[in-house]
Ligand binder design. Sequence first.
Ligand code: GLU
Length: 462
Amino acid sequence: MCGIVGYVGEKDAYPIIIKGLQRLEYRGYDSAGIALCEGKSINILKQKGKVSDLNNYSKDKNKKGSIGMGHTRWATHGVPNEQNAHPHLSGDKKLAIIHNGIIENYDSIKKMLLKKGHSFVSDTDTEVLIHLIDDIKNHENCSLFESVRLALNEVIGAYAIIVMEENNPSQFIAARKGSPLVIGIGEGEYFIASDATPIIEYTRNVVYLEDGEIARINKEKELEIKTITNSKISPYIQEIEISLDSIEKGGFSHFMLKEIFEQSNSVLDTLRGRIDPKTKEVILGGLSDYEQKIANSNRVIVVACGTSWHAGLIGEYLFEDLARIPVEVEYASEFRYRNPIINENDIVLAISQSGETADTLAALKLAKDKGATILGICNVVGSSIARITDAGCYTHAGPEIGVASTKAFTTQVVVLTLMSLKTAKIKGTITKTDYHRLITELELIPKKIDKVLKSDNSIQKI
Ligand code: GLU
C-alpha cells in the first residue's frame, strides 16, 4: 500500500509532493522518489529509506519544475534500494513512471522487449511497463495518452500509475486498475494521489478514477478520461468533506493515539441519525431497500481482511444470536481463489475501512457475478466498495491514518450491531424489551469509551 502524489500547475511541484508523500507515510514503504521537469530533461531524485532521507538528500540538488510526481515504494519486484525505487525511466529517459501494484505478466513482456534491444537498470515490473509504453509510442507513432492505453491492454495485474514525458511538461497520463487514484482539480492546476489526504489542503473538488480508466491531466485543458478500451467517460467531479484537522496529529504524539481518543466521537458519528430519538427504532437509510432481503436471506457471508475480518467475527455472533441467520466469515483472499458456493439468496457483506481492499473488492465482484446481493460496510465515502455494492452503511469514523486499526474497528462493530438489531426486529427474533434494552446500551457506548479513556494515566502506569 504505497503512495503516489503528483502536481501539475504553476507552483513549484517539489514542496507539494514532499508534503503529500509525508501525508501518505502512514501506509508504510521502503524507499521514496520524485520526478520533476521544468521543460528540459526529467530530473529524478530517489533514496532508500524515509521521505525525510529523500528530502535531506535533495537539499542541494536541482528541485525546479512545476510538474512532478512522487512515490513511496513497497517493494514487490526487486529488493528495496535506490535503483529499484520509483520513478523509473524509459530507455531514452524521456518518459517517467510511478506505479503502485504488480504487473503479473512483466516477465514475458520483459523477454519480448529484451529481444527488441531494450535494457533495464532495475529489477522491477514497473520499469518493464515504461519500456513497453515507450516501445509502443515509438512504433505506433502515437501520443503518450494512446501509447499508455495500448500498453495497458497488454498488461495483466493491478496498478495505479502516473506517466510524464519530457516534451510535454504540462501533462500527466494516469490510470488505475485495482489500486485507487484520486485527481484533485484546482484553478489551472491538478493534483493526483493514491488517496485524498495529500489533496484536501489545496482543493475539495476531486474525481475518483474507476478501474480500467485512463486520464489525461493537462493544466491547460479540461480533464479527459477514457476507458482502456477507448470509450470516452465524462468525469464525475465530487466535493470531499474531509477536514484538514482530521488528517493531522492535533497534539498527539502519533496518529494511532489520536485515533484511540477519537473513538467516542467516531461512535457518536456512526450512531448519528440511526436511532430514532422518539421511537428508538434503528434507521439504516443506506440499507432500507434491502432490509427485507437481509431478513429473508439464507445466510450472510462476510468477506473482509485483517481488522475488518475480526469485526466480521463479532458480527457473526451478533447476527446469529439476534437475527438467527447463519453467518460465515471469510478471509477475502481465500474466498476469491476458491470456487465458493454462492446462491442468489445469500447476502455477501464486505467490510473494509478504506473501501479499496483489493481482495475484498475481487470477492465482491465474484459474488455479484454469482447473483448474490452484495452489501458493504466501509469508512471512505465514495470508495470502490461503496460504489460497487447494491447498498451499505458508512461507518463515518473519519480518516484513519494509523495502520493499526482503532476507531475504524469500533465503528464497524457498531454498524454490525445496528444491522443485527434491525434484522432481528424485522424477523421477530428479538423481544421488544431486549431490542430497546440493547439500543439504550448502544447509545451509552460513547460515554463509556470516554470514561475508559479518562483513565489513560492509570492505564499507562499499569
Ligand atoms: N511492483 C512495483 C515494485 O516492486 C511497485 C510496488 C509498489 O506498489 O510500491 O517496484
